[in-house]
Design a protein around this ligand. Structure first.
Ligand SMILES: Nc1ncnc2c1ncn2[C@@H]1O[C@H](COP(=O)(O)OP(=O)(O)OP(=O)(O)O)[C@@H](O)[C@H]1O
Ligand SMILES: [Mg+2]
Length: 274
């Protein structure tokens, strides 16, 4: 990564002959391109953290499917065969749920926003994380108290939720509880998602730091994979671009709660919130 002193050398030769206004415009374009690349890299890094648990889960699904198919072939009686078909069907449905979640996550680039049920957006992300949480002895409790319809860039908001869930899991080294809630704000004007963990917590003097780009306390492991420190700064940018709010409350040794609020979609879009 170049230091700030190196940056002027990144100006292309053709930019040097351009007018100052043109140079500024070209630099702005470069900044936008780099921001896009950073976004993709952050997305890949968060989904990469789930790769091993998703592979595990698919392996389990295949084992279940193969074993019940063999059992169905061995047993000729209708009751056993029906049980086997049942198990194979639910294993297949679980696999389909995961691939749908992955596709939804990989989909939609750009800035397109659409009116969506926040509970649905959160559900699609959680399906990807369930195995990872289970493998790390984290119990998940989901409370859907409302189905707020908000105008969101689905891919970006999913990435925000995934970043918060991955952070929460990483803060609960020896296991714990993760509470995810979807609700309406008290004033009824916004949709609300909260992600609460029973992990390490964040010291009060570090709270102002955590949203800054590249602030991380996660050191590289033996494979050189630590934190980039970009997760929360990305979350903040996404929530700001949705004219929403993001709040954090934390107590060291007890845990942390991140609460997101997003404005409801305009009634003109023909939706209403539950
Ligand atoms: N739920 C949490 N509990 C305790 N600390 C947290 C929690 N979420 C974030 N933090 C702290 O905030 C820091 C910044 O988080 P952020 O998501 O921006 O980066 P990261 O998780 O370190 O790296 P990356 O997201 O790229 O893997 C973390 O390193 C951690 O110290
Ligand atoms: Mg993170």
């Amino acid at each position: 990564m170049p230091s700030q002193r190196d940056l002027p050398q990144a100006v292309a030769p053709e930019q040097q002959s351009a007018s100052p206004e043109q140079q500024i415009e070209q630099l702005q374009r470069q900044v936008e391109e780099l921001q896009q690349q950073l976004l993709i890299a952050q997305k890949m890094s968060s989904v990469g953290q789930l790769a091993s648990s998703i592979t595990h889960e698919f392996n389990n699904i295949l084992t279940t499917t193969i074993n019940y198919a063999k059992m169905g072939l061995r047993h000729k009686d209708a009751a056993t065969r029906e049980k086997c078909f049942d198990r194979i069907l639910s294993a297949g449905q679980r696999a389909a749920k995961i691939t749908t979640g992955m596709l939804a996550y990989a989909r939609s680039k750009g800035d397109r926003k659409e009116a969506l049920d926040l509970a649905q957006v959160v559900g699609d992300v959680l399906v990807l994380c369930e195995k990872d949480l289970q493998m790390n002895r984290v119990k998940l409790q989901v409370d859907v108290l409302a189905h707020p319809m908000c105008e969101v860039n689905v891919s970006h908001v999913q990435q925000v939720v995934l970043n918060l869930v991955v952070n929460a899991r990483q803060a609960m080294d020896g296991g714990g509880m993760l509470f995810v809630k979807v609700a309406m704000s008290d004033d009824g004007l916004m949709g609300e998602i909260s992600v609460r963990d029973t992990g390490s917590g964040i010291p009060a003097d570090k709270l102002p730091e955590i949203f800054k780009p590249f602030y991380t306390t996660k050191e590289a492991d033996e494979r050189g994979q630590g934190g980039t420190g970009l997760g929360l700064s990305f979350c903040r940018d996404v929530i700001e671009s949705h004219k929403g709010r993001m709040r954090v409350e934390s107590t060291v040794g007890q845990g942390t709660t991140f609460t997101l609020r997003l404005p409801l979609a305009a009634p003109a879009s023909g939706r209403k919130s539950a």
